[in-house]
Design a protein around this ligand. Structure first.
Ligand code: GLC
Ligand code: CA
Length: 532
């Protein structure tokens, strides 16, 4: 049961469900909300406190739900409003809160606001989007590039102006300088909060505001991270405007107006810890949690991880919590990206994510160590990546959840073709791993349970402890230490007197440690340290 003494989002674990791929209840090959309800017992058993649902709104699905055509309804492929209400209730009875994905930066070009906006220059919703005249030679108004490649401007032939789209041309950017747009989203937030939604993951949270003077972005330099260099420019005018913070202070007031359990989680594509920290405001007046993509894109090396965690901890305002994640529907799965598909590495990564100070976000399948699936080109559905595009296809991390070793992976009915192909469910599935106490699934569950049992793991401060090369060791509070050996060499780490609470090699659980902890290659342990 939920423990009301703790603030659920600070101390808990949040789990991302990519709804189309979680569980198909009606045999059309597409995961749906009823499927999520039917698998809540798994999430309750695992011990998660919150679920973030990838977009559930009606959408033409050019960007799989991130092109919203109606912010107040449910996509018919996924269910309806009543099923969503039922999900909120059923999850709540298991102590699990539901977060929705909110996409405020842009709408679908089929959204009635945009259909109206493009109908004429003096349409009622014209100013809800960003329009600009062509340059004298007919070219786009400035050099802004879309995150998905190419110019961020599309000419609308009917009205003779360009509109801004930081993503696909079918995802026109809203004009966040418009008070009407702001008012519309305040109402959308309230609409869902009133239905019992615990909060939102805010899509492209660093992107909403654009420079009203439409100044050209400066070129990238060699000092910029690869993400920025790839695009050739620093996106300081089309995205990343400081004026966005005022919007979030307003939203925080709306959330706090309900109760302290309503939260705002931000997708923040920023790589500078100070810039990330700004989204937390002064610690309690902006966003509750912000994703940290520096860690996501880091090499899985002790020195790199220690550096990123340290600089994040150092930058956040007092009282703020980091958020840690390894996988999502855009960046791929950590067992592939960080760990080369090796389970010993994945266990170390999972142990770190679940024992750092901060709120861990698991992506469906992380708990069984699912890896990215090589989706054949003919089966790829992601319009953004793959083929000749600038980015790899994102389909490989969106394949069906592997519930069982059956040909349908327990995702859909036998003989039904799932919307994306199924990975290697014969070697990794929930059913098989539940039976095995030494499995990755049971490691994940036991680490989550340990967080509940040990106050240090929830709220103890983080401090790095000097360790041999390739090893990352840190303390949480006074009595807890975690050490992971991210190298191919066996090592010994000076620890003091301690007991292994949980090891990535489970046969070591309960082992007493007298002074030095020995760890094999790619092995980790959470230790209770005897008070000195
Ligand atoms: C976010 C989403 C991604 C989507 C993009 C545009 O980055 O996570 O899936 O394509 O926004 O909405
Ligand atoms: Ca279905």
């Amino acid at each position: 049961m939920p423990n009301e003494d703790i603030t659920w989002w600070r101390d808990g674990v949040i789990y991302q469900v990519y709804v189309r791929s979680f569980a198909d209840s009606n045999g059309d090959g597409i995961g749906d909300l009823r499927g999520v309800i039917e698998h809540l017992d798994h999430l309750g058993w695992l011990g998660v406190d919150g679920v973030w649902l990838s977009p559930v709104n009606p959408s033409p699905d050019l960007d799989w739900g991130y092109d919203v055509a109606d912010y107040r309804d449910v996509h018919p492929d996924l269910g309806d409003l009543r099923t969503l209400d039922e999900l909120v209730g059923e999850a709540g009875s298991r102590g699990i809160r539901i977060l929705l994905d909110l996409v405020p930066n842009h709408t679908s070009d089929r959204h009635p606001w945009f259909v109206d906006a493009r109908s004429s220059r003096d349409a009622a919703h014209r100013d809800w989007y960003v329009w600009a005249d062509p340059r004298a030679d007919g070219s786009p108004p400035n050099n802004w590039r879309s995150v998905f490649g190419g110019s961020a401007w599309e000419l609308d032939p009917t009205t003779g102006q360009y509109y801004l789209h930081n993503f696909l041309p079918e995802q026109p950017d809203l004009n966040w300088w418009s008070e009407e747009v702001r008012g519309a989203f305040d109402d959308i937030l309230r609409f869902w909060f009133e239905r019992g939604i615990a909060g939102f993951r805010i899509d492209v949270a660093n992107g909403l505001i654009h420079d009203p003077e439409l100044r050209d972005n400066p070129s990238a330099t060699d000092d910029d991270p690869p993400e920025i260099r790839r695009r050739g420019q620093r996106q300081v005018y089309n995205l990343n405007r400081p004026e966005v913070h005022e919007i979030y202070r307003g939203w925080r007031t709306i959330a706090d107006g309900y109760d302290p359990h309503r939260i705002l989680v931000a997708e923040t594509w920023v790589f500078d810890p100070e810039q990330l920290a700004r989204f937390y405001g002064s610690g309690d007046d902006e966003l509750h949690l912000c994703f940290n993509f520096s860690l996501v894109f880091s090499d899985f090396r002790a020195e790199a991880f220690r550096g990123i965690v340290g600089s994040t901890e150092g930058a956040l305002p007092p009282g703020a919590r980091p958020a840690w994640t390894g996988s999502n529907h855009d960046v791929g799965r950590f067992p592939t990206r960080w760990c080369d598909g090796r389970e010993d590495r994945s266990r170390c990564a999972l142990m770190a994510l679940l024992t750092l100070r901060g709120t861990p976000f698991l992506y469906y399948g992380d708990e069984i160590g699912m890896t990215d699936v090589a989706v054949p080109e003919d089966d790829q559905l992601d319009l953004v990546g793959g083929g000749g595009a600038e980015q790899p296809s994102r389909d490989g991390c969106r394949t069906p959840m592997q519930w069982s070793a059956d040909p349908s992976a327990g995702f859909t009915r036998d003989g039904v073709r799932p919307w994306l192909p199924i990975g290697d469910a014969a070697s990794r599935s929930v059913a098989a791993q539940r039976e095995d106490p030494g499995s990755m699934l049971n490691l994940c569950r036991d680490l989550i349970a340990l967080r509940r049992e040990m106050p240090d793991l929830r709220s103890g401060r983080y401090a790095s402890i000097p360790s041999p090369a390739g090893v990352w060791t840190w303390s949480r509070g006074d009595d807890t230490v975690v050490s992971v050996n991210l190298s191919e060499e066996p090592v010994t780490v000076p620890i003091g007197t301690a007991t292994i609470a949980i090891g990535t090699r489970r046969e070591r659980d309960g082992e007493p440690v007298g002074g030095e902890l020995s760890l094999g290659p790619w092995e980790g342990a959470v230790l209770r340290v005897a008070p000195s």
